[in-house]
Design a protein around this ligand. Structure first.
Ligand code: SF4
Ligand code: SF4
Length: 56
């Protein structure tokens, strides 16, 4: 399953910069991952300061 960003996201943008397939974009209240593009590499989870990306 793709990764999902939970409500802990503070919209810092670090994950979007690290995603190798550009699956992450800025949403209304947090960043969001396109599940069809995500290849489950875990890079976003590794750089997030608040642990918001979780494997669904
Ligand atoms: S798990 Fe990897 S491919 Fe999926 S959104 Fe995070 S950085 Fe991008
Ligand atoms: S790195 Fe974490 S806090 Fe920053 S935009 Fe991504 S999910 Fe949100």
């Amino acid at each position: 399953m793709a990764y999902e960003i939970n409500d802990a996201c503070i919209s810092c943008g670090a994950c979007a910069a690290e995603c190798p397939v550009s699956a992450i974009s800025e949403g209304d209240s947090k960043y969001v991952i396109d599940p069809d593009t995500c290849i489950e590499c875990g890079a976003c989870a590794g750089v997030c300061p608040v642990g918001a990306p979780e494997q669904a």
